[in-house]
Design a protein around this ligand. Structure first.
Ligand SMILES: [Zn+2]
Ligand SMILES: [Zn+2]
Length: 344
């Protein structure tokens, strides 16, 4: 009896699924779910949103993509850096990329710029009609021109195939905005729209010079992003009273061990590169010291080096920070979000 019922149920299910209208209904629901997943509400809810789009350094790993952070407030969506794979991440994290206001670049190492062409194309495909503005230190013009040239043929194909109404020529060409500091130790206000203010300040990532950190202010809240840098006083100065201080972190001890191991096993190229990078990044414990001196409310790590892929390395990466910093310590993860309620 039980087998007979099961057989009938199976027959019924099969006949239902073979029925075209039901299949179409299921398919359309899935399509609608895919098309309506983008989170537009965060643009204009009066809050300041921070999304950790990509939190890795340049070493490939399955846990994280390279640098990219989104600041969303007052109808503005700013991306800071756009490492490889981060446009894919931002889309899968449901960010409203068609509303992107601007891209800010901290410096021109490849892990901070390599998805620029993809960002320009994809945000336009999603419906961006304004020109993509790309702000950054001296040199940003070269980077933007280079990507424009590399995508020149792709742009022409899109316009020819879909028409100017869909791929407007004016929105296809990104525009560079060079940010210059009037005084090297002062922060420069260079973006001020709908209550969202952004300042650039100098950090030290030599020979990648100039390199900037960025400070955002909105409705009484402050978010500061270090960019890539060694520990310098200017970082403390401009991270002052940040509600969220997003800092890069390269755990020196772990990279030194990696380098030493590579050296003793005749991987001299890896040993050389991993030794070289020690002098222009900041150790997570020093990031904690900066956060403490700046009285930052929360310290969030991005640009995590070496890759933290298990709890053992995670413990070593974070070891000792709470000895020097009283606030909350967060190891960034791709897709992590923070929301700050307005204070004013
Ligand atoms: Zn760098
Ligand atoms: Zn980097």
């Amino acid at each position: 009896m039980y087998r007979f019922r099961l057989f009938i149920l199976l027959l019924l299910t099969l006949s239902l699924f073979s029925c075209g209208s039901i299949r179409n209904h299921i398919l359309e629901r899935q399509i609608e779910k895919g098309l309506s997943r983008i989170d537009y509400d965060m643009l204009n809810d009066g809050k300041l949103h921070v999304v950790m789009v990509g939190t890795s350094g340049p070493m490939h790993n399955t846990e994280r993509m390279p640098s990219c952070t989104a600041i969303i407030a007052g109808g503005e969506l700013i991306l800071i850096d756009v490492g490889s794979g981060t446009v894919r991440n931002a889309d899968l994290q449901n960010l409203p990329l068609k509303n992107i206001s601007a891209l800010f670049i901290t410096h021109f190492h490849s892990d901070h710029i390599s998805d620029l062409g993809e960002l320009n194309f994809f945000s336009q495909a999603m419906g961006r009609e304004k020109t993509l503005e790309v702000y950054g230190p001296e040199g940003v013009q070269d980077v933007v021109d280079g990507y424009h040239l590399a995508y020149k043929h792709d742009t022409a194909y899109r316009i020819a195939h879909h028409g100017e109404d869909i791929f407007a020529a004016r929105a296809s060409v990104p525009v560079a905005r060079t940010v210059r500091l009037k005084n090297p130790d002062d922060a420069e206000l260079f973006f001020d729209r709908n209550g969202l203010k952004a300042y650039a300040f100098r950090v030290d990532h030599s020979p990648a010079t100039p390199a900037y950190g960025y400070r955002f202010e909105y409705n009484g809240n402050v978010v500061v992003l270090s960019g890539d840098t060694k520990k310098i006083d200017n970082l403390v100065k401009h991270a002052k009273d940040a509600d969220i201080f997003i800092c890069e972190g390269l755990r020196m001890e772990l990279v030194e061990r990696l380098s030493a191991y590579a050296g003793t096993t005749r991987r001299s190229r890896i040993a050389k590169i991993t030794t070289d990078i020690l002098d222009y990044h900041i150790d997570p414990v020093d990031a904690g010291r900066v956060a403490q001196e700046a009285k930052a409310g929360k310290l969030v790590f991005n640009h995590i080096v070496p890759p933290v892929t298990n709890s053992f390395v995670r413990r070593m990466y974070l070891d000792g920070i709470d000895d020097v910093y009283d606030g909350e310590i967060v190891l960034g993860e791709d897709g992590m979000r923070f929301t700050l309620e307005p204070k004013n």
